[in-house]
Design a protein around this ligand. Structure first.
Ligand code: PRP
Length: 214
């Protein structure tokens, strides 16, 4: 049987994904423990896994070098690749939001020109476009909360999970954009060529989720 290849977003999501697969009896001893390796094969030889930067997962799946990707909805929206989003895995829950100093609420609601710092320029652009809002999007690569603190931007568009980072920096959520969680994406050709193997796996994940939620 043909192998099914997974691209996993390195870090917490990959760990959670492997825990989920383990519950389905898919184990991968070589991924356990500390290692800098990036490519692994499951103990039964049926699956391959590679760990990539989250934002590259949709690229690997789009090009078909991975059949399945496990990645956050934030990355799927930002990368906007031609892949099937087939399953909400219901872990890694957080939200995309506009945040800033409390006094920025008025500016945000005024419809006036606003400067937005973000790691997610595509998501921010499409959000403000919905309101036909004049906006300058400033792309940052991390620690986005600094934007409003040092005066680079009026607000940020970023992920809020516990809310701790905002709180510790004197910022608040000014508007919710979208709930986020880990999703399963599938390459469009793999969905046909490896249909049975992939459908089987997705059904098993859904069954497991249903049993856990019952
Ligand atoms: C993410 C996000 C926020 C923080 C939110 O950053 O960009 O900064 O986590 O989590 P919280 O609401 O639980 O505090 P990440 O840790 O990925 O670091 P980065 O900003 O340097 O990319």
């Amino acid at each position: 049987m043909e192998q099914v290849t997974f691209a996993l977003a390195k870090g917490r999501l990959a760990k959670k994904a492997m825990e989920l697969l383990k519950e389905l009896g898919i184990t991968c001893k070589e991924m356990e423990g500390e290692s800098r390796k990036l490519l692994f094969t499951s103990d039964d030889g049926k699956y391959r896994f590679f760990l990539s930067k989250a934002s590259d997962v949709p690229t690997y799946v789009d090009y078909g070098v991975a059949d399945i990707g496990i990645v956050g909805k934030d990355t799927i929206l930002e990368e906007n690749r031609s892949v099937y989003e087939v399953l909400d895995l219901e872990f890694g829950k957080c939200k995309m939001a506009v945040a800033g100093k409390p006094e920025m609420k008025e500016l945000l609601e005024s419809g006036k020109f606003i400067r937005v710092a973000t790691k997610y320029p595509a998501i921010a652009k499409s959000y403000f476009e919905k309101f036909h809002r004049p906006v300058e999007i400033i792309k940052l690569n991390g620690s986005v909360e600094l934007g409003p603190i040092v005066g680079l931007s009026d607000v940020i568009v970023d992920i809020v999970e516990s809310g701790k980072t905002l709180e510790e920096n004197g910022l608040v959520v000014l508007a919710d954009i979208e709930p986020l969680s880990a999703r399963c994406i599938v390459n469009t050709a793999s969905m046909k060529v490896k249909h049975d193997a992939i459908r089987n796996l997705l059904n098993n994940i859904e069954d497991l989720r249903r049993r856990e939620n019952a």
